[in-house]
Design a binder for this molecule. Structure first.
Ligand code: FES
Length: 365
């Protein structure tokens, strides 16, 4: 059991190895669940340093070579993402947190460790948390998407605690708000988050609460992502719907004979929103080509009009083209945790695809 005292130190040991309701990822390679806007920037190893600061006797400042010269261990760890998927038995190589603490001389006053990196928010851990600072994965050097040059692996904690692109640890005497908690406040779900982490079994004690929580977080994120993605896409995808007349009830988008890729698709900018028309197997759909999980551009995503589905290339979520419902979440997880893909109402008349003005456009700007 996790009490409020030691919360964040891990999930209970599930007899079946995965939390109830989770799906095991079947994949030959490590599933990368970076946000669409995540940082995967090249790191200059000549200037990179691993530092310790705060409540320590001897602050460390190690080059990559010096860090690699520290004693390394290998550990096999199961990864459980709160999206509802697990990847089992990943082998990590790195430096145990105890080595870092011994080297830097952590003071008695240190109660928490904030694990931080350039350009990303920190993750807070109790100072006695079981942690590995990993620079290797599966016998190879860490890849950029997995957190090169250094990531933290927290056995027994949920995946989001495993912060990537780490370059420092700040030891603190007081509990500080970490980046994720700030994000929850911004998403307006602070109460739900606080209640969840204070429970004996965060995220899994009430699976429907977890899903509703995630839907709210993603839905809030996606509004921000829409702004960014729509601005990007609007600059490259301008179609005949860009200048609708204010008094029109419907906008004439395109002909049913639309030439294009298979399935036929074309993209328009209407009312400030991006509308993609997809056709195939005698069916026509109109959707916003932005994944509501982490904002991936779905302009060229694999779609199957006959099956009414479109699949996000990043984390493989699958959506119903007609209703927008998420049929399968990231990495095969339960789609009920995801907000729907935005779909638009259309009408076919005289072999033309018409987009109705009267529909839920939702906030954009
Ligand atoms: S961005 Fe994650 S499933 Fe689409």
């Amino acid at each position: 059991m996790i009490s409020s005292e030691n919360r964040g130190k891990g999930y209970p040991a599930y007899p079946d190895r995965i939390p109830p309701g989770w799906r095991v990822v079947v994949s030959d390679s490590w599933p990368v669940n970076n946000p669409g806007l995540g940082r995967i920037a090249p790191t200059d190893l000549t200037t990179w340093r691993f530092r310790t600061t705060g409540e320590v006797e001897d602050p460390l400042e190690l080059t990559y070579e010096e860090f690699q010269a520290l004693p390394h261990v290998s550990r096999v760890v199961d990864h459980h993402c709160i999206d509802g998927w697990s990847y089992l038995g990943q082998r990590w190589t790195g430096v145990d947190f105890s080595v870092v603490k011994d080297l830097t001389g952590v003071r008695e006053s240190a109660k928490y460790a904030m694990v931080e990196g350039e350009g990303i928010s920190g993750q807070r851990f109790p100072v006695d948390q079981d942690l590995l600072f990993a620079d290797g994965q599966d016998g190879e050097r860490l890849s950029p998407a997995a957190g090169f040059p250094l990531r933290v692996v927290a056995p027994g904690a949920f995946g989001y605690k495993n912060r990537k692109w780490v370059d420092r640890v700040r030891f603190c005497s007081e509990r500080e708000t970490d980046g994720l908690e700030r994000a929850f406040v911004e998403a307006g779900v602070e109460e739900l988050y606080t209640a969840a982490i204070a429970s004996a079994d965060p995220w899994t004690v009430d699976d429907s609460a977890r899903k509703s929580f995630l839907r709210r977080v993603f839905a809030s994120d996606v509004e921000q992502l829409r702004r960014v993605k729509a601005t990007e896409l609007l600059s490259t995808h301008a179609g005949p719907g860009t200048r609708p007349k204010a008094d029109e009830e419907e906008w004439d988008l395109c002909s049913l004979e639309m030439p294009g890729e298979s399935p036929d698709r074309a993209q328009f900018v209407v009312n400030g929103h991006i509308v993609q028309v997809l056709m195939g197997s005698g069916l026509v759909f109109a959707v916003e080509p932005i994944c509501p999980h982490m904002g991936t551009d779905l302009s060229h995503a694999k779609a199957d009009p006959a099956a009414r589905t479109i699949a996000c290339p990043l984390h493989k979520a699958v959506f119903d083209l007609a209703t927008g419902a998420c049929l399968r979440g990231s990495m095969g997880s339960d789609g009920a945790a995801f907000p729907p893909l935005r779909t638009y109402r259309i009408r076919i008349r005289d072999d033309r695809v018409l987009l109705l003005r009267d529909q839920a456009w939702g906030p954009l700007w």
